[in-house]
Design a protein around this ligand. Structure first.
Ligand SMILES: [Zn+2]
Length: 279
């Protein structure tokens, strides 16, 4: 028999895990962060989520975007010619290690939402460099991956979309985040950091087929140029999935911009980004 106390606690559970409950908890946490002392994600100094010195360091670590497609083994092949196999060109603002990794993780997973003030300009630098490197038309699309249901449930927010929205984007680039959706049940079993070499052929195919065009996307996208954007490049499987869905729909994906690349994926890259290096 269910007495009033049990009924009360199951009601609290329902409220706690409801979307209204989640947003209330987030609002309370954010309000508490404003009142309570906080500390620097980089050096632990009290006072701000990122102190002045660490804010300068982040800018230094992300100030020169570079070619990052090097060893990301799951990127799509875009051309095979005399020069060899060409993969989708990816530009990154920084390496996903040390302070950059700490700040990205704090922003994405630890609700340090204020850190977008340093991450959005870094992403904007990467997008600008990628656009100059790869785009040729006046009205290209900027497409980012839809948040997975699991990540949406866990975080209740979409960090990449927040950064794109806060970034000063090059003129003419049209944010088009809603054009892709995730196929249900697709990617979960084949993602991870194992990389493509450890995957079966079927696993690789599933990774590529993780996205589809959202219902109701206008036909006017056909023939448009697009630049992909994401937060971290690891194997390139996410970018490959986006590339496959958009290409099948007739969109010309020219390249991608990321905030940071894992050192393994970006290894063997010349990190200077002179104009010559970008061609
Ligand atoms: Zn600091």
């Amino acid at each position: 028999m269910t007495g009033p106390p049990q009924r009360f606690s199951s009601g609290v559970d329902r409220l706690w895990f409801s979307s209204a409950g989640r947003s209330t908890r987030r609002a309370v946490k954010q309000a508490a962060d404003l009142i309570l002392p906080t500390w620097c994600v980089g050096c632990g100094a009290a006072g701000a989520d990122l102190c002045a010195e660490c804010s300068i360091d982040i800018r230094l670590l992300t100030r020169c975007p570079f070619r990052a497609e090097g060893a990301a083994e799951a990127l799509p092949v875009t051309d095979v010619d005399d020069a060899g196999v060409q993969v989708l060109p990816v530009t990154s603002a920084g390496f996903y290690k040390t302070l950059v990794a700490d700040v990205v993780v704090a922003f994405k997973d630890h609700e340090r939402v204020g850190l977008k003030r340093v991450l959005a300009p870094a992403l904007a630098r990467s997008v600008r460099a990628a656009a100059e490197r790869t785009l040729s038309t006046a009205d290209p699309l900027l497409v980012w991956p839809p948040t997975s249901a699991r990540a949406q449930l866990r975080r209740g927010r979409s960090p990449v979309e927040e950064l794109v929205t806060a970034a000063a984007l090059p003129a003419g680039l049209e944010p088009a985040g809603a054009v892709l959706r995730r196929k249900s049940g697709g990617m979960l079993s084949v993602t991870g950091r194992r990389g493509q070499k450890g995957r079966s052929k079927g696993g690789r195919r599933a990774a590529v087929a993780q996205f589809t065009m959202a219902a109701g996307v206008p036909r006017s996208l056909v023939g448009r140029e697009a630049l992909l954007v994401d937060d971290v490049l690891t194997t390139g499987a996410t970018l490959h999935g986006m590339y496959a869905a958009l290409t099948e729909a007739g969109v010309h994906v020219r390249g991608a911009a990321v905030l940071a690349v894992t050192p393994r994926a970006g290894k063997a890259q010349d990190t200077s980004l002179s104009a010559a290096n970008l061609r």
